[in-house]
Every structure is written in structure tokens, then in C-alpha cells.
Design a protein around this ligand. Structure first.
Ligand SMILES: *Cc1c(COP(=O)(O)O)cnc(C)c1O
Length: 462
């Protein structure tokens, strides 16, 4: 399997290189040169298999033989053994035709574990094979950092440095990162805000000389392996409800669009998906683009669903590439204009997107209302991200006959403050969080100064 850039100029890469590379040299994102497909019979045969077995079958064509089957199967089984639910990602029926897909049973209680538990293991495998080591650097305002740390803590060939803004992440989120005391895990608390931390990570990727030849690897959602791992739960949940003989719809709380793009890939592989509903919070660039053809940046708003607080949706580029018939030059032109000014999509690509994608935006007051209402109606506690999806699914689903699967992207205990705000005073903590508030922490406070951060990374990596 070869991978090509959405901007049409960077060289095609193998799976191994694409996982180790991150962004393409032309500024684009890598996608498979051809999207593999499954026959009706192959999909039918997946019903009833374990999650790990479905994962192996769905991802195998993307790996393209670059990891032997026995090894890959082992990596997949190992990754999903860290989840606390027997079904890994169980389906929970809310009403006659509305289901929640619970993606939050991993070590850090958010859906990013599904991809990052596997990505760490794949990276470690390729590095061991090459006899190389690599450094991971990332900035986080919450979810991604802890999921990346949990995914890499057992990796022999990786050192991971996660920057978070000092005193500006919640205590639970900080402790999920800083209580991991593995030798290869380094938490840096930056005396600044998230943008300062992000800017230093970007500058480090742009000029890696401070690492003297050691590779720097990105684990954000531009890494193809994260998308690939997320395709699996669309297939697993749909076949559990009767696909491919029965169509399903998905509703996805969205920000950088990595999650819902994985669903689109599943549909291109042969899964019959009637509708994708893109739910956003008040940071609604995806909704404005799909509903009103307003593809423009707006100022960041802090919301009750902070993991969906974004200005630009990086993985939307991968969908644009498909909507523009894989015309890399057209995508490059559109995104260069978008950087500088409000813009619009061309008519034909937008019409193509609207055939399968609908959208809805949910503000903070509505998030609280939905948490209350869903609890009263179904006894389920929704986290504020999942609440945007719940409302969007009920408002814009195409019909009542097709089952809608709303993706539950985080456990309510992870965002308990919003649940309390909604007037619910008890949020049970899952057992693997027991003792989190008493555990020893380790982190380094550093000024928002690029040289100081790079000197720390260069000195501490093993
Ligand atoms: C990251 C995240 C999202 C957004 O996912 P994207 O792939 O960026 O669209 C939604 N909910 C939660 C809880 C998240 O952590």
C-alpha cells in the first residue's frame, strides 16, 4: 500500500514511512493511494468476531504486508487488552433506534485511546526493526496528551515529551499525565498558555537540529495510523446492528475531523452508511462550511466541551481531497486562500459532501440541557462532548427507520464539572481511576522559551 499527499506534490510513501513521518513535505496530509474494499460476504463474516479480530481484518490492507500477520495480530490484541470492557467499544441502546457507541473504556477514558494504544505499539515495532530511537513531542490542553502518554509508556524505543500549560489543565487531566512515572515519559508544564506550548512544538518540528539526527514523530491526528485504527469501530458497530444488509447512520462529536473522516473511509470500504451527522460545539467551522458554505476561521471560544475547541479542522483536508476528486492542486489552492481570507467550496464538491454529511452546532446552554434531558429520559450520563452528538442526532437524522449510532467520545467522569453544572450531583468514577488523586506526580516546570524546552528534551532523552 502506497500513501499520497492531499496537496499532490510530496513523494508517495510506504505505510512504515507514513507512520513515522506525520505531515507531508508539501504541507498536505497522507491518504492511501487507493481505498481497499470489502465484499458483502467479507463484511458479513465479521459479525460476531472479537473486536481485536475485526480490527486485524479491517486494518490489514492498510498495513499492506509491512508487518507480518502474526506480529500485527499480536500488536492489536495487546493494544485492546488495555480496555476495561470485554467488548472494547460496547454499543448501548438509548431508545428504539438510537445507540451510543461507548469509546471511553480505555486507560484515559476518551476515544483517543483507541488509536493511540495501537499507534505507540506500531511505532515501537518499526523503530525496533530499524534499530532506531525516536522522540515524540506534543502539546496538549487535555485529552491527547494523556492518551499519547498511556500509549507510549511501555515503548522501548520512544521517549515522549508532552507540554501542557502550567496550572491551566484540570487536576484530573494533569494527574492522568503526571502520575505516569515511566522512564521514557516527560511532562513539561509551560509557564504560558496552550498556544505558547503548541508554537514551541511546531517550531521543534520545523527545525529538528537540536535532536542531532534523532527522529521527531507526531502523534496528533494527522498521523494516518490514528485514522486507520478508528475505521475499525465504525465497521464493528455497524455489523453488530446488521450491516451490510442493513444501513446505519453515525453521529460524531467533531473537532479536527479525524474521527468522522475514519467513518467516511469505512463507508468507502463498503460499509453501507446512510448519513454522517457532524456535531460541533460553538466552535462551528464544520457546521458553517457544510450548512452555509462559509469556510472561514473565527476566534476560538472556550466551551464546556473543551476537546472540541478548535479554529481550524485539520483533517477536513482529507475529505476535501476526496470531494475535489483527488485534485491536489485544487486542494492546495483552496487551503492557501483559506489561510488568509474567508472562502467557499466550489459547488460540485460541496454538493457531493452534502449527499452524505449533515451537521449541527450545539452551544453551552444546550449542552447542559441535553445532559439533564438524556439523564431523565434514559438514565444515561453523557459527557459534554457526547451531549453535542446526542442533540445533533435527534435533530438532523434523515429518518426514524435507519439506526443512528452516536459516538460517545469521553466518559462523563472525565468532565464531571459539566455534569455537576447540569444539576446532577453524582458521577461515578470508573475503578481504574481509584487513587489517582493520591498518586505521586512528576513534571518539570519550564518558561515559555524554545531554547530552554529544547535543551531539556535533548538532555533528558535516552
Ligand atoms: C478529540 C476529541 C473530540 C474531537 O475528535 P476529532 O477527531 O478531533 O474530530 C471529541 N470528543 C472528545 C472527548 C475528544 O477528546
Amino acid at each position: 500500500m502506497r500513501y499520497i499527499s492531499t496537496r499532490g506534490e510530496a513523494p508517495a510513501l510506504s505505510f512504515e514511512d507514513v507512520v513515522l513521518t506525520g505531515m507531508a513535505a508539501d504541507g498536505g496530509l497522507y491518504v492511501p493511494e487507493t481505498i481497499p474494499t470489502f465484499s458483502q460476504a467479507e463484511l458479513e463474516a465479521m459479525a460476531g468476531l472479537s473486536y481485536a479480530e475485526i480490527a486485524f481484518r479491517v486494518m490489514k490492507p492498510f498495513v499492506g504486508g509491512e508487518i507480518d500477520d502474526a506480529t500485527f495480530r499480536h500488536l492489536v490484541e495487546d493494544a485492546y487488552a488495555t480496555f476495561s470492557h470485554e467488548a472494547v467499544v460496547p454499543l448501548n441502546q438509548l431508545s428504539s433506534n438510537h445507540f451510543l457507541l461507548e469509546l471511553f473504556h480505555g486507560p484515559t477514558l476518551a476515544f483517543k485511546d483507541v488509536a493511540l494504544q495501537l499507534l505507540g505499539r506500531i511505532l515501537d515495532h518499526f523503530l525496533a526493526k530499524r534499530g532506531e530511537r525516536a522522540v515524540i513531542m506534543g502539546a496538549t490542553s487535555g485529552d491527547t496528551g494523556s492518551a499519547a502518554i498511556e500509549g507510549c509508556r511501555h515503548c522501548d524505543n520512544l521517549d515522549i515529551f508532552i507540554l501542557h500549560p502550567h496550572n491551566r489543565v484540570s487536576e484530573v487531566q494533569r494527574r492522568q499525565m503526571t502520575t505516569v512515572l515511566a522512564d521514557n515519559v516527560f511532562n513539561i508544564a509551560i509557564e504560558g498558555n496552550f498556544d505558547d506550548a503548541q508554537a514551541m512544538v511546531k517550531a521543534s518540528f520545523a527545525d529538528q537540529r537540536f535532536l542531532k539526527g534523532t527522529r521527531l514523530v507526531a502523534v496528533n491526528s494527522i498521523n494516518w495510523a490514528r485514522i486507520m485504527a478508528q475505521v475499525v469501530y465504525y465497521v464493528a458497530s455497524a455489523v453488530a446492528l446488521g450491516a451490510p444488509r442493513r444501513e446505519v447512520s453515525f453521529c460524531v462529536p467533531s473537532a479536527n475531523f479525524g474521527n468522522v473522516f475514519a467513518g467516511y473511509v469505512a463507508s468507502r470500504m463498503g460499509l453501507p452508511v446512510k448519513q454522517f451527522i457532524v456535531a460541533t460545539n460553538a466552535n462551528d467551522i464544520l457546521h458553517r462550511t457544510l450548512a452555509a458554505n462559509d469556510f472561514s476561521k473565527q476566534a476560538l471560544k472556550a466551551t464546556l466541551a473543551p476537546s472540541m475547541d478548535i479554529v481550524v479542522s485539520s483533517n477536513f483536508e482529507r475529505l476535501l481531497f476526496e470531494a475535489y476528486d483527488r485534485d491536489g492542486a485544487a486542494v492546495r489552492d483552496l487551503l492557501e486562500r483559506f489561510q488568509h481570507e474567508p472562502t467557499v467550496l466550489a459547488e460540485a464538491p460541496l454538493a457531493r459532501l452534502r449527499e452524505q454529511f449533515s451537521s449541527f452546532s450545539v452551544d453551552d446552554a444546550t449542552i447542559l440541557e441535553v445532559i439533564r434531558e438524556a439523564h431523565a429520559r434514559t438514565k444515561e450520563l453523557l459527557d459534554p462532548h457526547t451531549a453535542t452528538g446526542y442533540r445533533a442526532a435527534e435533530r438532523v437524522r434523515a429518518d426514524e427507520v435507519t439506526p443512528v449510532i452516536t459516538l460517545a467520545t469521553a466518559h462523563p467522569a472525565k468532565f464531571a464539572d459539566a455534569v455537576f453544572k447540569a444539576g446532577i450531583d453524582e458521577v461515578p468514577l470508573p475503578s481504574h481511576m481509584d487513587g489517582l488523586l493520591e498518586r505521586e506526580e512528576r513534571y518539570q516546570v519550564l518558561p515559555a522559551d524554545l531554547e530552554a524546552v529544547q535543551a531539556f528534551v535533548a538532555a533528558q532523552r535516552r
